[in-house]
Ligand binder design. Structure first.
Ligand code: GLA
Length: 729
């Protein structure tokens, strides 16, 4: 049993294989958080939640004993009643007062994982769910705290459903999903910041007595911050220390805040960004706070990452392509940009097929009069002049070359220079009397409105039904400004950001379930919406518009903390790289792209015979190691962020029985007088013998892990090597 209710102590304990999460109803019915960490046989309540009064911390008058909202560790913290720390929920009551004091009502344990209407969420029959219902002391406002427990994966999910059972409307001015209270205060926060073409750069800072905030107010989870963060011991490493990882299953505005309080305890809150947010709940209606997924590891970052990887692969991604071998694709974007016609694409497909590529993706520029990025978004009508015939003609020509056919869309945006905008200028977000901001020459469609979504849906269906399409790249190339919807009254404009995401999810559900045989890849100017929300609908994401193998080391390294290799779109492109003019060996570009979905993004017709042969070799090699790479345990060995520690970045994937591993090492810095470099492997059997790249020599697992693998010296810029480690039986 993953969830245990102890009626006598009024505790609820969630057990996973290695972790334990516990809450307790106290003497006045508050739901107190008692513990989240390593699994224990017995919980000594006398050690838990010891607090004493301090001046200026008001006390609740329900009992003689001193209880202050400002001291207690809580499962749901509310603003307005004396909790001066970070709070999770701000409820504006029917009488206009802001405040709420939730008290325990009931608890229910069910088998299987709860789902959330209209929102993405982890799923699984093997999970157990707990619903704890609390009610405000005064008003008929209910909070259903949802917990999902995936025992084997060490994953616990949380969501909150707020229900208004009063006879008038209330509003939420803040509706976060999680309060997580830690007993003490010495922690670091690790998070992933960035910008376009530089996503998920790792940063780590001490949590002090001021708010540490990671957030987005861009209408998308964004390149700037990722909706995933970790709290960890200040000395935690890849293999050591306590780490709590939290991922938001949501693709819009978010906030993750942490602070050390006046009693030196750390609190974390996480959920939808409360800036520009206010949501009304009508009588008998509910508001659902999107899901947060949590993993605790007592053995550093690596273990936490692997729990997330497995859970995302098996309990978040859906559909036919969840477990299927995905096709090696070629995308024409960096090869041609807007400058192509059907003959050009077919010639690329022809050469690509010979190398073993399986899918051809036609990127931006095939519709309306789109020969540049200043027009035509919203007009999803095939440009038959450019395609020298119909879409069906083209897809058939590509199929004849032996390749499947895929296509690019940007359904959420609209160009001012489009027939759709000329017919319906009100479809785009704009504030009354104000000229909207333009970004990449385009506006964002008001997806809070069903008629707008329907218009795009119908256009997409028409294209997708016009011929056999095996793949769709779903892009989103700007952020939301000028937030105002004509569909909502003045006092409800604070709902628009969230309603946009709900509208997007409704459309994604409709389109992905109508076309279950299509492989969908999400994209937002590269990896601007790499989050667990999008992964529920689309099992892979274009990781970054930056295809330079060396820049990708940091991007893929940062991404790997939460997201598995299988979700990371990674392509080999041309050199000098279009983004930074760097030249790297083709082999290194391939080795880096292997640890993603591996594909091509260049004009193959311009490659030399040697280069073509190298790509053919890479495709074979990638396929040979496919299962190991896609499903193996992932270990970060050497970071690309600290050249002073090693000139190499290295990582390893390992079969779950530890009998086989693949290590990749890339030298990303040069040094005229390089000292011998080693990389210590992980996760092998200490007492087993292994060969390295079919070597005659055998190495003891313990030696490979304690002394390390010697990295051969290649006298070129940015060399890389793969090391295939196989147990000798
Ligand atoms: C975005 C994507 C690119 C490409 C272009 C097309 O930038 O990230 O891969 O599809 O749009 O306009």
């Amino acid at each position: 049993m993953a969830i245990i209710e102890n009626k006598k102590d009024q505790t609820y304990t969630l057990y996973t294989k290695n972790t334990m999460y516990q809450m307790k109803v106290n003497e006045i019915g508050m739901l107190i958080h008692t513990y989240y960490g390593n699994k224990m046989e017995y919980m000594d309540m006398s050690l838990v939640n010891r607090t004493w009064g301090t001046a200026f911390s008001p006390n609740v008058q329900d009992v003689e004993k001193y209880i202050s909202y400002s001291h207690e560790k809580q499962e749901l913290s509310c603003a307005g009643v004396g909790d001066f720390r970070l709070t999770q929920m701000s409820v504006r009551n029917t009488d206009g007062s802001l405040g709420c004091e939730p008290r325990f009502v009931s608890a229910e344990i069910t088998s299987g994982k709860y789902s959330l209407s209209g929102l993405p969420a982890f799923y699984g029959e093997e999970a157990q769910s707990l619903k704890v219902t609390l009610k405000d002391k005064v008003h008929d406002v209910y909070f259903h705290l949802m917990y999902g427990v995936f025992e084997e994966k060490d994953l616990i999910t949380r969501a909150v459903i707020v229900e208004n059972k009063t006879d008038a409307k209330i509003s939420l001015e803040k509706a976060l999903t999680v309060t997580l209270d830690f007993p003490d205060g010495e922690y670091d926060m690790v998070y992933f910041h960035g910008r376009h073409a530089r996503e998920r750069m790792l940063e780590r800072k001490r949590i002090e007595h001021s708010k540490a905030v990671v957030s987005s107010i861009r209408g998308a989870s964004s390149h700037m911050q990722n909706p995933f963060a970790m709290i960890c011991d200040k000395n935690a490493t890849e293999d050591y220390g306590s780490v709590w990882g939290l991922a938001f299953v949501y693709s819009g505005n978010f906030e993750i805040c942490a602070e050390k309080d006046h009693q030196e305890k750390t609190r974390l809150t996480m959920g939808i960004n409360h800036e520009n947010f206010k949501f009304e709940i009508l009588p008998n209606d509910v508001f659902i706070c999107p899901e947060v997924a949590m993993v605790y590891s007592g053995e550093g970052f690596g273990k936490m990452s692997n729990s997330f990887h497995k859970a995302i692969r098996e309990n978040l991604c859906r559909g036919e392509f969840k477990n299927a071998v995905r096709p090696v694709l070629i995308n024409n974007w960096e090869g041609t940009y807007f400058d192509f016609n059907a003959d050009k694409l077919v010639s690329m497909a022809h050469d690509a097929a010979k190398m073993g590529v399986e899918l051809f993706v036609m990127d931006d520029g095939w519709f309306g009069k789109r020969d540049n990025d200043r027009c035509a978004l919203g007009d999803w009508i095939v440009n038959e002049k450019k395609l020298q015939g119909t879409l069906k003609n083209l897809s058939e020509r590509i199929n004849k070359e032996g390749l499947k056919f895929g296509i690019w869309f940007e359904p959420e945006c609209i160009s001012a220079d489009s027939d759709l905008y000329r017919a319906h200028p009100d479809y785009a977000f704009a504030m009354p009397g104000r000229t909207p901001q333009v970004s990449r020459n385009q506006y964002v469609l008001d997806f809070t409105r069903k008629e707008v979504r329907d218009n795009i849906y119908n256009q997409l269906v028409k294209i997708l039904e016009s011929t056999k399409i095996d793949y769709v790249k779903w892009d989103f190339n700007r952020h939301i400004t000028d937030l105002y919807s004509i569909s909502l009254p003045t006092e409800r404009q604070g709902e628009v950001f969230h309603r946009y995401i709900l509208g997007l999810y409704e459309l994604l559900e409709r389109i992905t379930s109508k076309f279950p045989h299509i492989l969908f890849e999400s994209c937002s100017g590269g990896g601007g919406r790499f989050d667990c929300g999008m992964l529920y609908y689309m099992p892979q994401v274009w990781t970054s518009d930056n295809t330079d193998a060396i820049d990708r080391l940091k991007i893929q390294y940062g991404t790997s903390f939460a997201y598995p290799v299988r979700t990371m779109g990674a392509h080999v492109s041309v050199c000098p790289n279009h983004g930074n003019a760097r030249t790297t060996p083709l082999k290194t570009r391939g080795n880096v792209a292997y640890f993603g979905t591996y594909g091509l993004e260049l004009d193959v017709t311009k490659m030399t015979d040697d280069e073509k042969a190298e790509i053919a070799r890479q495709i074979k090699e990638f396929k040979k190691y496919y299962d190991l790479i896609q499903y193996g345990d992932y270990y970060r060995l050497l970071t690309p962020f600290h050249p002073e520690e090693s000139l190499y970045c290295a990582w390893q994937v390992t079969k779950d029985d530890k009998s086989e591993a693949l290590v990749c090492a890339v030298r990303y810095e040069s040094d005229a007088s390089t000292a011998p470099q080693y990389v210590k492997l992980k996760g092998l059997k200490e007492n087993a013998w292994y060969t390295v790249n079919d070597s005659e020599e055998k190495y003891l697992g313990a030696a490979l892990m304690n002394i390390g693998l010697f990295l051969e010296y290649d006298f070129i810029s940015y060399p890389s090597r793969l090391y295939h480690i196989v147990e000798v039986k």
